[in-house]
Ligand binder design. Structure first.
Ligand SMILES: Cc1cc2nc3c(=O)[nH]c(=O)nc-3n(C[C@H](O)[C@H](O)[C@H](O)COP(=O)(O)O)c2cc1C
Length: 322
């Protein structure tokens, strides 16, 4: 890294041999499978790419409207539009194999069998650097997310762990009572790293029509700057609960946002919704973080971490909110 302090090491080790050249990735569903950005020459700066959620069979996703703008964010209910794992393994992975930036495939499933089948198909495929398991998918057998109950989350991750030797990142949902409990179950089941968080459940209403803007139940996933303080709190909570690396996600649009997550306990981050409003956002975040490291003579990113997080006697002493 030219221009950095002599001893500064910008790399991040996410476990099982997955070492990123810098801690900045792009979030699932906001960067497709990377090909549009490749055409614009906009992938080489990245530490990692997390692909769109991939399922066993191709999916068209939900009927529009499926996105809506909100104050400082957006709602989406895309419905996992993707070409299916066969096309990803056969057509996309060989193209990724020639890239310097590692691509992790985000995997979704309706039941444990689907997760396992998709992950097994990707195991050992050249160009697939790892799996990001999206466990915030409704379980068809029980109608609830795997991510909302520690037992279900653990069983899903343990089954996937047996199906692959690839680095396994498990993505947590913030729509739970205690994210720390889920994080611990997932760590115990064999995850190499965690990503936190997925979108928050939200709703936008059209007063003139006296109904929600989006169809169905009217709810959808909220992302963007609006969720950053919520996601930072979730990341700090997860950091205290587990020993494995944590990737912070939620409302990151600038280098300062990314560095804030490193303070709150993240080892790496992902830029999501900001890719839509500013296609250069991830490049600006990488450049800004490296400039900060140089200016502050960092030797490694973990120097930024809030010291209390690693304090062995740390107790959660929540102060009254109001
Ligand atoms: C349009 C859109 C599609 C998304 N698709 C996925 C997906 O397929 N799998 C997944 O795990 N997360 C998906 N996400 C969630 C993002 O990866 C990220 O966790 C979330 O948007 C919060 O980060 P942000 O505020 O920086 O966008 C999607 C988000 C958006 C906005």
């Amino acid at each position: 890294m030219s221009g950095q302090g002599r001893d500064f090491d910008p790399r991040v080790d996410l476990g099982r041999g997955l070492v990123l050249v810098n801690p900045i990735g792009v979030a699932s569903g906001t960067f497709g499978f990377g090909f549009e950005a490749e055409a614009l020459g906009s992938i080489e700066h990245l530490g990692a790419i997390f692909s769109k959620g991939t399922t066993r069979l191709p999916r068209d996703g939900n009927q529009p409207p499926r996105i809506a703008e909100t104050t400082a964010g957006m709602l989406n209910s895309i419905g996992l539009q993707n070409p299916g794992v066969e096309a990803v393994a056969r057509d996309y992975a060989p193209r990724w194999a020639s890239w310097r930036v590692p691509v992790l495939v985000n995997v979704a499933g309706a039941d444990i069998a689907e997760y396992v089948e998709v992950v097994a198909r990707l195991d050992g495929v050249e160009g697939v650097a790892g799996i990001e398991l999206n466990i915030s998918c409704p379980n068809i057998a029980h109608g609830m997310d795997f991510a909302t109950e520690p037992g279900a989350a653990g069983r899903c991750v343990a089954a996937v762990r047996r199906a692959t030797s690839l680095p396994l990142v498990v993505k947590l949902s913030p729509n739970v009572t205690d994210i720390a409990e889920i994080a611990r179950a997932v760590e115990d089941a064999g995850a190499d790293a965690l990503s936190a968080v997925n979108t928050y459940v939200g709703m936008k209403v059209a007063l003139y029509a006296r109904r929600p803007v989006l169809p169905g139940a009217g709810t959808a996933g909220l992302s963007g700057p609006a969720i950053k303080p919520l996601a930072l709190a979730a990341v700090a909570k997860v950091r205290r609960a587990v020993g494995i690396p944590v990737i912070g996600i939620g409302g990151i649009a600038t280098a300062t946002d990314a560095l804030d997550y490193l303070v709150a306990g993240a080892d790496a981050v992902q830029v999501g919704t900001a890719n839509f409003t500013n296609p250069q956002a991830s490049r600006e975040v990488v450049e800004g973080c490296l400039a900060y490291a140089e200016q502050h003579r960092l030797q490694c990113w973990s120097e930024l971490r809030w010291r209390e997080l690693d304090h062995p006697g740390w107790q959660e002493t929540a102060l009254p909110v109001d």
